[in-house]
Design a binder for this molecule. Sequence first.
Ligand code: HEC
Length: 153
Amino acid sequence: MAREKKRRSNGRRSPLAAAALIGAGLMITGAVYAGTTAAFAATDTQTAATSTLTVEDGEKLFTANCATCHGLDLQGTANGPSLYGVGELAVEFQMSTGRMPLQMQGPQAPQKEPQFTEEQILAISSFVQAEAPGPTFPDEHVLDGGGDVANGA
Ligand code: HEC
């Protein structure tokens, strides 16, 4: 008698227990996932904020992302012009407007979402500037609006 009663009560409890177990499982999975994502996001921001990329980093980025078209020594290929003398400003412009790296050949490089962070862009700009100098970023006194329109500068 006692045994039968026990078995019956077990049978009654199990569907609820299963539901509770699944619920708990989902909640734990969700919490762990949210925690991990937040941790990764935090790590990302930290790296971006604290790391300063060097000209060598810029060279690596250039070799990996630009050299197929512009050549390992910026000499140009059949797919892209030489970058001798274009300067850091041109690289910053082309990359921060998402035009470079070019995805498809066409009459004019289309504007896209930038593919690189500002830090990476500046690293590549410094590398190009160091390899084959060209026009630099404008000086403060040009940007502050204090120049003379008639005389220039
Ligand atoms: C798929 C080939 C390709 C790739 C990859 C590519 N480029 Fe270009 N790039 C071109 C072509 C073609 C032009 C000329 C486009 C135009 O004039 O509209 C160009 C133009 C440029 C210019 C302007 C040159 C000038 O005379 O003002 C710069 C700067 C530049 N690219 C930098 C880069 C950098 C930096 C990368 C890597 C992040 C890169 N490109 C990746 C093909 C490419």
